[in-house]
Design a protein around this ligand. Structure first.
Ligand code: NAD
Ligand code: UFG
Length: 334
């Protein structure tokens, strides 16, 4: 298939582009480089073994989207582009609604005009909210968003379900990611954001590299075995493989389907820190701080539907994730 990947130079998008090329697809990337760098294109091509077409631009630019769809047949879209910082979304809700929701609607209009009705969308486990118990199942009710970023995922999912109900010939896959982490095993591709990281793995990495003096653990008084929060950390390469399977399923299936992409196994903050230390031999200076508002004690996936329908199973361990992250951060940099 010829696949348009919005946000394709970003963290998850770049790894998915490599997997797409390796699976025999051709790739057109649309990214405005707001949170990624052009160098990612060459790295994707080197690892994927084939060239990609890169368009630098904004998904809210409907004229540009029209040109992309007019210039070639796009068989499917994998839609990663968007803003994703939870805290920033509380301070700048209009930016988040405009980019994530406005951009998605503009993209869907361009797809319809261009005759492409297959889309795989990056949703998030955040849509389950704090009320549902883990493991989260796809048929659980959508929860209450704790920030505008989370609201954008809930609304976009609803927009796509409404579109599917009104126009049944769309092929839509909503992928609810748990906690992506790690990097390409080659050490050539990894998370390279332009902004300050907020997520645990990049913050552990900064503490390991001495870029920050310590990792502050947000709370050790949760109702979990070691008192720290439990999350479902999925290797970004497993996540990329999940997209290849979801794309094949979407292309073959009319309607709108939802899948969790996680390992199904929860790891506490302290367990991830220890896995990182074991994989790298580097001690992480840690301090227990107060809870972070909005955090829930447990968030991990029920993977049954992805296993049974997509035949998707994660094959990489937390240690692989940490070792690959460390290789990306240190390869050629000593
Ligand atoms: P990322 O920031 O690395 O990638 C997003 C890409 O979109 C960036 O390259 C950015 O430059 C681009 N972009 C932003 N606004 C754009 C616009 N208006 N037009 C064109 N390009 C634009 O983020 P990521 O971690 O790779 O996440 C990809 C998707 O997955 C996002 O939708 C995110 O919300 C979702 N997601 C991520 C996580 C996570 O923990 N990383 C978890 C759940 C869901
Ligand atoms: N944490 C710390 N210290 C830090 C950073 C994080 O202890 O410096 C803890 C958090 O409290 C949480 C865990 O590490 O318990 C994971 O935190 P992340 O911010 O990495 O991930 P979250 O699960 O909070 O959020 C992620 C994505 C969101 C998405 C959400 C649900 O960042 O975009 O998963 O899918 F909405």
């Amino acid at each position: 298939m010829n696949v348009l990947v919005t946000g394709g130079t970003g963290y998850i998008g770049s790894h998915t582009c490599v997997a797409l090329l390796q699976a025999g697809h051709t790739v057109v990337i649309l990214d405005n480089l707001f949170n990624s760098k052009r160098e990612a294109v060459g790295r994707i091509e080197a690892l994927g073994g084939k060239p990609v077409r890169f368009v630098q631009g904004d998904m809210r630019d409907s004229a540009l989207l029209g040109e992309i769809f007019a210039a070639q047949t796009i068989d499917a879209v994998i839609h990663f582009a968007g803003l994703k910082a939870v805290g920033e979304s509380c301070a700048e809700p209009l930016e988040y609604y405009g980019t994530n929701i406005g951009g998605t609607v503009t993209l869907l209009e361009a797809m319809r005009a261009g005759g492409c009705k297959t889309i795989v969308f990056s949703s998030s486990a955040t849509v389950y909210g704090g009320q549902n118990p883990s493991p989260f199942r796809e048929d659980m009710p959508i929860g209450q968003a704790t920030c505008p970023y989370g609201s954008t995922k809930i609304y976009i999912e609803q927009i796509l379900r409404d579109l599917s109900a009104a126009e049944p010939d769309w092929h839509i896959s909503l992928l609810r990611y748990f906690n992506p982490a790690g990097a390409h095993a080659s050490g050539l591709l990894g998370e390279d954001p332009n902004d300050i990281p907020n997520n645990l793995m990049p913050l552990i990495s900064e503490a390991a590299l001495g870029k920050r003096s310590e990792l502050v653990i947000f709370g050790s008084d949760y109702d979990t075995p070691d008192g720290t929060c439990i999350r479902d950390y999925i290797h970004v390469l497993d996540l990329a493989d999940g997209h290849i399977k979801a794309l094949a399923r979407a292309a073959a299936t009319q309607g709108c389907e939802t899948f969790n992409l996680g390992t199904g196994k929860g790891l506490s903050v302290l367990e991830l820190v220890h896995a990182f230390e074991a994989a790298t031999g580097v001690k992480i200076p840690c301090r227990i701080g107060p809870r972070r508002p909005g955090d829930i004690a447990r968030c991990y996936a029920d993977t049954t539907k992805a296993e049974q329908t997509l035949h998707f199973v994660c094959t990489r361990s937390a240690e692989d994730m940490c070792a690959d992250q460390w290789r990306w951060l240190t390869a050629g940099k000593e």
